[in-house]
Design a protein around this ligand. Sequence first.
Ligand code: G6P
Length: 439
Amino acid sequence: MSGKSLKLAIIGGGSSYTPELIEGVIKRADRLPVREIHLVDVEHGQEKLDIILALSQRMVEKAGVDIAIKASLDRKAAIKDADFVMTQFRVGGLQARANDERIPLKYDVIGQETTGPGGFAKALRTIPVILDICKDIEALAPNAWMLNFTNPAGLVTEAVNKHTNVKTIGLCNVPVSMKMMISEMMDCQPDELSLECAGLNHLLWAHRAWLNGEDITAQVLEKVGDGANYSMKNIHEEPWDPAFLRALQAIPCPYHRYFYQTDAMLAEEKETAAHGGTRAEQVMVTEKSLFELYKDVNLKDKPEELEQRGGAYYSDASLNLVDAIYNNQNSLHVVNVPNNGAIPSLPDDAVIECTSVVGSWGAKPISFGKLSPAVIGLIQQVKAYEILTVEAAVYGDYDKSLMALTNNPLVPDITRAKAILDDILKTNYDYLPQFSAQG
Ligand code: G6P
């Protein structure tokens, strides 16, 4: 691929995160000859798309790089002959996310964008749309790489891998954020640090951390237990129990709080939902002011205010991946890819999040070998939930949906699983045609 000029298609281009991506492309102009970026969105997002287009054009103009930025509602035109298709859309917008957060809370269950029943509902809405996008990629850009950030990223990537021929890699900003936070607590450069990561998206452990050849896992766990900054902007920073971390012997990701500290996280969510609003409701306010800022014709850079969102380092995660593929770097990245034996007790076609080698040929996870009994049960249970959810989303299958929620560790019993499922299906009726087709 090296030497060829590049076209990027960004599905969900009207997202407030797009300036991050544009900044990432500009920063790498010497290594990535991106000549065209086509932002595409749905009709409802037209106004945001126009604002993002104008800001992106100002950013590239200021940087003096030769990139044509286009925006349209024409998905096919955006995808045609693209080298990379980046997917970052949200079916139903932030209101649908707010519903995903509030429905489970009614039943005393964690209400969160990607984990638990909230992530399940998002998967049901998203998977049919991504499969439709993939049909366009198969027809119009069969050699393109699809880099998927659309949440729940692991499930969406698994659906694409199982049901299409599109070359895809799923990615998330959690692994790179973990690296940044750990380098800050160890007072070292991120490049000096190596993390051996394996798990699932938003259920990722760094099983070993190395600093210049020294195993520093225990030191990191001690610092996290002592209250070092270790969370994403969107996740309440519930303190970790130092004795638990010592016993776990692996560095959990910030999302593990939902699984390991469920009661405290639920109590905090209920409190916030009753007073400040759920995370989606807070993000709606942040988005409004971000778009006001973006409209300013004097703004020619990504504004600092974007840091209030949870997606820190998301631009680096994605553009480093484009760099690794385009320049055939064979470098290490933590991405979502089919397991193929890397974690022996999971199916080969299960998508895992794992330290992987990435080059122009694709991404392959580094075989992790047997995981400790301390963590394997949780991974297997969440993967069972994910497999069932993908089937439920693709086929609009009620029974699979019920079994998916029943297997989710955050749903404590079948009475609540059924009540939450019925509520989700009713509330999301307009976005779930695959279920109404079943009658
Ligand atoms: C984290 C996750 C992303 C998620 C984001 C939400 O960074 O890794 O998958 O999209 O948070 O942030 P927000 O600001 O929308 O709550």
